[in-house]
Design a protein around this ligand. Structure first.
Ligand code: NAP
Length: 255
């Protein structure tokens, strides 16, 4: 097995806010074998100011951290982001596909745009980044890929047929790719977060939040850091023998 140097070199899509931001922070600040866990290139779509702030804050630690604009639904943007990471970090060891959006509506009112945008950003985005990182990962015979899906892809949710389809697609994709690339020492896993405090769930009203909370055995919403810590685990040596798995991080909502 190839000995991968520390710090590792990571790409995180959608790292400017929410869960992605927590993942970027954890990668940069977690100590591993006497250094930080990873140098990071993270992407965003529109929140340049937040991305610049995060890049500045974390660069002050001495780690290499770069935020760049790259729309996950665009293959050419994905290729440019990976090329940028190879240039600035010297390669790519970890890929965290986190970028995602919702365009909720009941089916009778769901437009083709609502459908296409969500499938493009959430599912085609996962295809795009996985496809372009494989070459460098296969060449170095090492890679750790974590695709952030959702429990909605497991159990469905009224008003989210587009989102659920995109996230369920990520599970099938993850398992198929895991089988394809395991012989090259590349693991591919998916996380299924439950109900996590971010801008995405801020849109819910109090009544919706109460209803959701009543279905969470651990009786609290998750924090972005709850997801970030599991991502670090899947990217660490402790998880070397785990691939093709869907891990729910949801306070027990789905069991
Ligand atoms: P969020 O707070 O809305 O943040 C989304 C992040 O993704 C932002 O950095 C955003 O960048 C980026 N992004 C969105 N569309 C993009 C695109 N087309 N290209 C590149 N970046 C894009 O969302 P979150 O709650 O942290 O969710 C992160 C992931 O976890 C998503 O895949 C989501 O489906 C999943 N998830 C979340 C929950 C939850 O309860 N929050 C539960 C299950 C799964 P900009 O700032 O530039 O827009």
């Amino acid at each position: 097995m190839t000995d991968i140097m520390n710090p590792k070199r990571a790409i995180v899509t959608g790292g400017s806010r929410g869960i992605g931001k927590a993942i970027v922070k954890e990668l940069v600040t977690r100590v591993n074998n006497g250094t930080h866990f990873a140098d990071v290139v993270f992407t965003y779509n529109s929140s340049k100011e937040k991305a610049d702030e995060l890049e500045k804050e974390l660069s002050a630690t001495g780690a290499k951290v770069f935020g760049i604009k790259a729309d996950s639904s665009s293959m050419s943007d994905a290729q440019a982001a990976v090329d940028f990471a190879v240039e600035k970090l010297g390669g790519v060891d970890l890929l965290i596909n986190n970028a995602g959006i919702t365009r909720d509506n009941l089916m009778l009112r769901m437009s083709e745009d609502d459908w296409n945008q969500v499938i493009s950003a959430n599912l085609t985005g996962v295809f795009n980044y996985n496809k372009v990182v494989l070459k460098p990962m296969m060449a170095q015979r090492y890679g750790r890929i974590v695709n952030i899906s959702s429990i909605v892809g497991l159990i469905g949710n009224a008003g989210q047929a587009n989102y659920a389809a995109s996230k369920a697609g990520v599970f099938g994709f993850t398992k198929s790719l895991a089988k394809e690339v395991a012989s090259r020492n590349i693991t591919v896993n998916a996380l299924a977060p439950g109900f996590i405090e971010t801008d995405m769930t801020d849109k819910l009203n109090e009544k919706q939040k109460e209803a959701l909370l009543s279905n969470i055995p651990l009786k609290r919403m998750g924090k972005a850091e709850d997801i970030a810590r599991v991502v670090i685990f899947l990217c660490s040596e402790d998880a070397d023998y785990i691939t093709g798995q869907v891990i729910a991080v949801d306070g027990g909502m789905v069991m």
